[in-house]
Ligand binder design. Structure first.
Ligand SMILES: NC(=O)C1=CN([C@@H]2O[C@H](COP(=O)(O)OP(=O)(O)OC[C@H]3O[C@@H](n4cnc5c(N)ncnc54)[C@H](OP(=O)(O)O)[C@@H]3O)[C@@H](O)[C@H]2O)[C@@H](O)CC1
Ligand SMILES: [K+]
Length: 477
């Protein structure tokens, strides 16, 4: 499991550790990791030109000490001091001793930045408040006009460490070297995109059990995937009911069923007007045309994909005392009080536009503040919420760690891909996973299947469904 902790938690852990170590030792641990990452990134240090962007806090201190070590290894190092009289004194002295040079202010930065092989961003780290100040923002603009590679210290300056929000100018890094723990902003869009690849340097921080954010890895998913035992029959493996599709959108039903058949449930029931299309493609489906109540036993329901305006079916499914996944049209049709009143788990799976409609805010607001939005929705609906996107987030109604999935790919932004995800995830619910696990395992497999199916070329949703089996095997390997 990859975890991320808030700045507040990092600060507490930092204080505890600092109290036990000689002064400056913690910073030198961070610097050692930063230097190793820069050297590896450059391939060869000797003879390279490195520019340090130095703010007025310890983030700038890290950059200055790292610059000093790189200068000793033969790099030409220039530090751009944003606030010259507040640059980290020890770091600055070390750089000057090592033969580094210093320029002051943004205007003087232009020339060295244009010639740089590598820029080290030490403008601001976890001490940053609000958007970058005008001087720093101007420096970031100048940096943006160059083609230099950028390594960010701890965080790309300008992104919010705790929320992943980016308000105004921010550094676009090729690599971010972060200390002690990932910060939530490094795993959540839009900030994640600014971070480039992320390298974690262990500096010995002791962090509490519950993180702010968790990202499942292969081994975590493998441990959660439902695998039938020798005694299993289709009912013990779980039966998932799919109430989806309409005469106008029969394809949504077919795609949801295609996902459900690959999610580990022992059988898939389909209820709705697209039964002929479903049975033609997947003869193993148990199809009925009545209401969900009459469909027979299921251990979990999926309702909503391509459902059109059939509010009755959504209301009927919400009355069922088994886990229910609500997606697409179902989100618009579901009564909030009915969702809140449910005793069995509910999993809502909106994309940013649907989440915005549920929250009554513009779509951009959700896209800019994904973590806040998903938490807010989980609380309002007293349900687990999976907010789809390039970094999918899953929040539980009681608060606690938010799950983040980063296996997704831009190729998954294709019609019907969400229908496959809802079927797949509903199947995992029916197989007995709890709502946050079903959501995060579903998103993980779906993202991986998207990557495997795409392999660098466009894919349709049915390709993604077909690749779920390969993703499953890949995880189990
Ligand atoms: N945690 C750890 O264990 C370890 C942490 N370490 C390192 O320390 C870093 C944290 O250092 P930090 O606390 O000095 O804060 P930092 O990020 O340098 O920023 C504060 C400075 O920036 C300024 N400033 C604020 N907002 C701004 C804005 N919007 N735009 C522009 N400027 C802004 C603010 O100015 P002020 O408000 O005081 O006027 C203040 O001077 C951390 O990220 C990591 O790199 C490692 O060395 C060792 C292990
Ligand atoms: K930084």
């Amino acid at each position: 499991m990859r975890t991320a902790y808030s700045v507040e938690t990092v600060r507490v852990a930092e204080q505890e550790l600092m109290a036990r170590l000689p002064e400056g030792a913690l910073m030198q641990r961070a610097v050692a990791g930063l230097v190793a990452a820069c050297a590896e990134f450059l391939g060869r240090v000797y003879g390279t030109r490195i520019v340090l962007l130095v703010g007025s806090g310890d983030n700038g201190g890290d950059a200055l000490y790292a610059g000093a070590r790189l200068a000793k290894r033969g790099a030409g190092v220039t530090a751009v001091l944003l606030v010259p009289d507040r640059a980290h004194p020890g770091g600055l002295a070390a750089l000057l001793r090592a033969g580094g040079r210093v320029v002051r202010g943004t205007d003087a930065a232009e020339e060295p930045l244009r010639r740089a092989d590598l820029v080290v961003d030490g403008i601001v780290g976890i001490g940053g408040k609000g958007g970058l100040r005008p001087d720093a923002a101007k420096l970031v603009d100048v940096l943006g006009e160059t083609r230099a590679a950028v390594v960010a210290v701890d965080l790309p300056s300008g992104v919010d460490a705790d929320t992943g929000e980016v308000r105004g100018a921010a550094v676009r890094a090729d690599l971010t070297v972060t200390f002690g723990t990932h910060k939530p902003g490094l795993l959540v869009d839009p900030a994640r995109e600014y971070a480039g690849s992320v390298r974690l340097v262990d500096i010995g921080l002791a962090l509490p059990g519950e993180a702010e954010l968790e990202a499942l890895q292969h081994a975590d998913v493998a441990a959660l995937l439902p695998v039938p035992g020798a005694e299993s029959d289709k009912y013990r493996r779980g039966v998932v009911g799919i109430a989806a599709g309409s005469s106008r959108y029969p394809g949504a039903a077919v795609l949801a069923v295609s996902g459900a058949l690959r999610g580990g449930a022992g059988a898939v029931r389909y209820v709705g007007p697209a039964g002929d299309a479903v049975i033609a493609r997947f003869p193993e489906t148990l199809v009925s045309t009545g209401s969900p109540e009459q469909a027979g036993r299921v251990q979990a329901w999926v309702v909503g994909p391509g459902a059109g305006d059939d509010g009755d079916v959504v209301a009927a499914v919400l009355r069922a005392e088994v886990p229910v996944l609500v997606d697409a049209d179902g989100l618009r049709l579901a009564d909030r009080d009915a969702v809140r009143a449910r005793r069995a788990p509910t999993l809502l799976t909106p994309h940013a536009g649907e989440a915005a409609a549920l929250l009554g805010v513009p779509r951009e607001e959700v896209e800019g503040a994904r973590l806040t939005s998903v938490r807010e929705l989980a609380e309002r609906y007293r349900a687990t919420v999976l907010l789809k996107g390039s970094t999918t987030l899953i929040a539980s109604p009681g608060g606690g760690a938010v799950r983040v999935n980063s296996t997704g790919t831009g190729w998954l932004a294709t019609a019907g891909s969400g229908d496959v995800l809802s079927g797949l995830t509903g199947s995992l619910l029916a197989a007995g996973l709890d709502a946050p696990d079903a959501g995060s395992v579903g998103a993980y497999l779906h993202g991986l299947a998207g990557r495997l199916a795409a392999d660098g070329a466009p894919v349709g949703a049915h390709d993604v469904a077909e690749a779920v089996r390969e993703a499953w095997r890949d995880v189990m390997d």
